[in-house]
Design a protein around this ligand. Structure first.
Ligand code: ADP
Length: 399
């Protein structure tokens, strides 16, 4: 029974899942969050719904992994008798640059290449590398695999990934569109093909990953051909706290007229904009829907802008694909907010998109929500990036 551990190591949290891969069952999962605060929190959930939560003292990054392993090995709560039962670890790595079009077994050379991508993702790749290093120390005999958020989008053609900037900036600094959430877009594309009972290679899909971070991808025959996030995850759709597409000259205007520093503007665009910035209420869609029901006009505007922008990209990507077989919603908002899905699909009948109001309200997590006979299939597919990471890891160790 091959056990694979998946690790998502970030600056403020480390999330993990332990899979038994014969049946693709998650045996246990958990996270340590509020890292960097005086009282980080450790949460653990076993397959039989036993849960465990405790505050832990602040600790070095590597020690966080020791706490996780101790929980997995605990005689009462744990699932492992020996750490060596873990045959491989799949690590989520945010940025693989142009170097990685697929997941990779981590060698010294691969680790160096991930390190070279740090300037492209300074807030993510260093922590991903920290997780790799800690797990390699603890599990020296296991295989370690890197699964990149950017890899799925490496199939974009150059005219989609290049910015209309001097070519020298691409050569010197690697300035281009990379795209993110690739593991999620890939997973839901594959699952959609299974649900539709058609080969992925025969389908034109648009996948909408709408969570705190939001991105949308045009998938032709299983390959990403365009995606809304760019050099960084700031571009594209309006998000919880990120602005998405703006006129870049706004930045210079704020520098000159508002006397703002680059740091201040960075903070505004990444953390104080999007749904939070426009509504001045919250970044969380549940809070915004509540505010809308209480008649808050700024919350109404924020959600109108959010759906309008997703709809704009659907039109754009239908044109990119030259047609559309299915539109897929995933992640927190895509999976749960039926009213937002309805707002997005409004007025898209000319493309063959017709939402069935009743099916859209169904309590099923995975569901088909188009009207009978509609040309474009509409699907809600819960994402499962961890399972995709575990599958890639297994494939690489078996290969
Ligand atoms: P992350 O990008 O952090 O993984 P998630 O995929 O969990 O984010 O999505 C978070 C978003 O999903 C939040 O805006 C939250 O409001 C929204 N969301 C979660 N559950 C619901 C729900 N039942 N109804 C509406 N929105 C929801």
């Amino acid at each position: 029974m091959p056990i694979i551990l998946t690790i998502n190591a970030g600056s403020s949290s480390v999330k993990y899942q332990c899979f038994e891969m014969t049946d693709e069952v998650c045996l246990a999962k958990g996270q340590v969050d509020r890292l960097g605060s005086p009282s980080p929190n450790l949460f653990y959930e076993r397959h039989d719904n036993l849960t465990y939560q405790t505050d832990i003292p602040p600790m070095e990054y590597e020690s966080v992994f020791h706490s996780i392993f101790a929980t997995l090995l605990d005689t009462e709560k744990g699932i492992l008798q020996n750490l060596h039962d873990i045959v491989a670890v799949g690590h989520r790595v945010v940025h693989g640059g142009s170097r990685f079009a697929e997941s990779a077994l981590i060698t010294a050379e691969v680790e160096t290449a991930i390190n070279q991508c740090v300037p492209l993702a300074p807030l993510h790749n260093p922590y991903n590398l920290g997780g790799i290093s800690a797990c390699r120390h603890a599990l020296p005999n296991a295989a370690h695999v890197a699964v990149f958020d950017t890899a799925f989008h490496q199939t974009m053609p150059d005219y989609a990934y290049m910015y209309a900037l001097p070519h020298s900036l691409y050569e010197r600094y690697g300035i281009r569109r990379y795209g993110f959430h690739g593991t999620s877009h890939r997973y839901v594309s594959m699952r959609a093909a299974e649900i539709l009972g058609r080969p992925l290679t025969s389908l034109k899909l648009i996948t909408c990953h709408l969570g705190n971070g939001c991105s949308i991808t045009a998938v032709n025959q299983g390959k990403s051909v365009d995606t809304s996030m760019g050099l960084t995850p700031l571009e594209g759709l309006m998000m919880g706290t990120r602005c998405g597409d703006i006129d870049p000259a706004i930045i210079f205007h704020l520098m000159e007229e508002g006397q703002m520093s680059a740091d201040t503007i960075n903070q505004i665009l990444n953390r104080e904009s999007g749904l939070l910035g426009v509504s001045a209420v919250a970044s969380d869609v549940r809070d915004l829907l509540r505010a809308v029901s209480e008649g808050n006009p700024q919350a109404v505007l924020a959600l109108k802008m959010f759906s309008y922008r997703v709809r704009q990209y659907i039109g754009k990507y239908a044109a990119v694909l030259g047609g559309l077989d299915a539109l897929i919603f995933t992640a927190g908002i895509g999976e749960n907010a039926s009213s937002i899905r309805a707002a997005i699909c409004k007025n898209l009948g000319f493309l063959g998109i017709h939402l069935d109001a009743e099916k859209n309200q169904s309590k099923e997590m995975e569901k088909v929500i188009h009207r009978k006979g509609a040309r474009v299939k509409l699907l809600v597919v819960p994402t499962n990036e961890e399972l995709m990471i575990a599958r890639d890891t297994l494939a690489l160790i078996e290969g």
